[in-house]
Design a protein around this ligand. Structure first.
Ligand SMILES: *Cc1c(COP(=O)(O)O)cnc(C)c1O
Length: 233
């Protein structure tokens, strides 16, 4: 399979899942998760019609940015966010998907303010309550959004989650549904800096299920780029 064929197949699957859920496929944003992939592969994905790319590592992303890998596409940061790297990505990415604390929101706000921009972010939720994973506990989400509401240089645009490795599809489904509930709840928030529109969940193995449960942003790596070279980590 070529990458072009992969992109077509993934698109068709997105359409199928959206139709099954009675939703418009055009509402669903496909983000190519391009970690470890060289700039040339990223450019090829963009040419094949992938309009957004997600990166995990700041250094790798900055290198590929310099190489023009994302030209013509939207760039998202989807990896674990370290406070000391925030300065390097604010203003360079369309969306930071993986923010998991008030301290980090404040730092993003501070850096965005310096640049005179508004940085769009998603809040990562630890929906499975796993000690090993980043993300805000669902019970803390409301308080976080309220505390962040005075930060005018950030725009909180939704939620992101990576559910636990499930034993059964039904189990994953339950996490996706729980995320959808949270998403609907926070959509009613009155905060000026909340522009809730993205529910980011679903990867190569489960994006169809995620869409059926309400996701409108899927982060797909392997199903587009093939398997990753571990050596690039
Ligand atoms: C790598 C990655 C993905 C894509 O994973 P695949 O299983 O290869 O599709 C999605 N989201 C995040 C945060 C990732 O790090």
């Amino acid at each position: 399979m070529t990458m072009e064929e992969n992109v077509l197949r993934v698109r068709r699957q997105i359409e199928e899942a959206a139709r099954r859920a009675g939703r418009d496929p055009a509402e669903i944003l496909l983000v190519g998760a391009s970690k470890t992939m060289p700039a040339e592969s990223v450019r090829r994905a963009v040419r094949a019609g992938v309009r957004a790319l997600g990166e995990n590592r700041v250094q790798e992303m900055l290198e590929k940015l310099r190489e023009g890998a994302y030209d013509g596409a939207e760039l998202h940061f989807i990896g674990h966010l370290q406070s000391n790297k925030i300065r390097q990505i604010v203003g360079k990415v369309f969306l930071i998907e993986s923010v998991d604390s008030l301290e980090k929101l404040r730092e993003i706000h501070r850096q965005a303010e310096k640049l005179g921009i508004v940085q769009a972010v998603l809040i990562e939720v630890n929906i499975g309550g796993e000690a090993s994973k980043s993300g805000v506990p669902p019970a803390d989400l409301d308080a976080l959004l309220e505390a962040a509401s005075p930060l005018k240089s950030i725009s909180v645009e939704g939620l992101m989650a990576i559910p636990p490795q499930a034993e059964s599809p039904g189990e994953t489904r339950q996490y996706f549904e729980a995320m959808r509930k949270l998403f609907v709840d926070i959509s009613r928030n009155p905060y000026d800096n909340n522009n809730i529109k993205y529910l980011s969940m679903g990867m190569s193995g489960d994006f169809m299920e995620a869409i059926e449960a309400g996701s409108n942003l899927v982060r797909v790596g392997t199903a587009i780029f093939g398997s990753r070279y571990q050596i690039h980590f």
